[in-house]
Design a protein around this ligand. Structure first.
Ligand code: MRU
Length: 351
């Protein structure tokens, strides 16, 4: 791994401030849940799996000073902290999934049991570590499963950042590329810059170059032409939330890529852990899409690039209907259509 994207160090959450990349590799040491939530909102840490891990440690921070004397009041405090962190960003399933797991640590404790709030704090910390380590293992397995699809010499197009920086380790889409390279396959990666916040240009290009992978950066609007010219063998992206029918919410621009891939007969793959799959949501259209500040569009690298007063629409994610997706690569294997049946089987195989 080029860097450790998130760690727990002496009672603090240590993260890379991703807003500073690629200029500066700066670490933040966060010891207050309020600061952690703000770091998520400002996308100092971002990417669905990383948000889940950050939120889990956020719960630990949120209750560390708790003076609750009995279990009932401690459970209430944990519930409140989980709700507070849930309100940071709405789309990535992993954030809600991790918070559900954290809440279960206290809600499933036998009310008559003899366990103190201090012991529960330790249990919460252990669960946060479990969530982090599971994420690392899942992403490693995604790489192993997905590299089967990669041929020597493949040229892959990716969008946003579904790499190490978006997870606790390895990445999802990029884990496949790292694994394929590790197996001796030659791979080249076209990276969409990913306006408005440039996760492709700033983060994906940065981490792939550090791993010695050949990168070609393109503007988002160039992807169609690059595919039409026959330069791309495969598209691989990550996901923020996958509905039960296989529709995928991912960074804005993913849907356009999927349509272009189909038109140009390029396989379009989504890589994600099962913690991104939301079996409770039947269709992609029900996935909540985050709408972000208009200044992300009217400013470019800190400079105004649009007239004052212009109206802006800034959805951070879009929905790619499952019909455009060749396969969904998970830690349990490669899931092919029909997704409704197959995702369900994958999801339950987990248990
Ligand atoms: O707004 P971001 O940067 O958090 O969006 C991230 C993405 O869309 C990623 O592609 C997705 O979370 C998958 S990360 C492994």
């Amino acid at each position: 791994m080029p860097v450790n994207p998130i760690e727990w160090e002496e009672g603090k959450v240590k993260i890379i401030d991703q807003t500073k990349l690629p200029h500066k590799l700066d670490f933040l040491y966060i010891d207050r849940v309020e600061d952690l939530r703000e770091a998520i909102r400002q996308m100092k840490i971002r990417g669905a799996p990383a948000l889940g891990v950050a939120a889990a440690f956020g719960v630990v921070l949120g209750v560390k000073e708790s003076k609750a004397k009995d279990m009932g009041s401690f459970q209430e405090e944990v519930k409140k902290v989980c709700g507070y962190l849930q309100s940071s960003r709405p789309t990535a399933k992993n954030l809600f999934w991790a918070l559900d797991r954290m809440y279960r640590v206290v809600s499933e404790v036998d009310a008559g049991g003899n366990i103190s709030p201090d012991e529960l704090k330790q249990k919460l910390l252990r669960e946060a570590f479990r969530i982090m380590n599971e994420d690392i293992n899942c992403n490693k397995a995604i790489g192993e499963n997905g590299s089967f699809l990669i041929n020597d010499g493949d040229v892959i197009l990716t969008h946003c950042n579904a790499g190490v920086l978006a997870t606790a380790g390895y990445g999802t889409a990029l884990s496949i590329i790292y694994k394929a390279k590790g197996e001796g396959k030659r791979v080249k990666v076209y990276v969409d810059e990913t306006r408005p916040l440039l996760q492709g240009a700033r983060l994906t290009a940065w981490e792939l170059l550090r791993e010695g992978i050949e990168v070609v950066l393109i503007c988002d609007s160039m992807a169609g032409e690059v595919m039409r010219e026959g330069k791309i063998d495969k598209v691989i992206v990550g996901a923020d939330r996958v509905a039960a029918n296989g529709d995928v919410a991912n960074k804005i621009g993913t849907y356009s890529l999927a349509v272009l891939a189909k038109e140009n007969e390029v396989p379009f793959y989504v890589a994600c852990p099962l913690s991104t799959i939301d079996i409770s949501i039947p269709l992609g259209e029900r996935i909540p899409i985050e709408i972000r500040d208009k200044r992300e569009v009217t400013f470019f690298c800190g400079k105004r690039c649009a007239p004052e007063g212009v109206k802006v629409y800034n959805p951070a994610f879009d929905i790619t209907p499952s019909g455009y997706i060749s396969a969904i690569i998970t830690e349990k294997g490669i899931c092919y259509p029909p997704y409704k049946q197959n995702l369900y089987k994958f999801f339950h195989r987990r248990k």
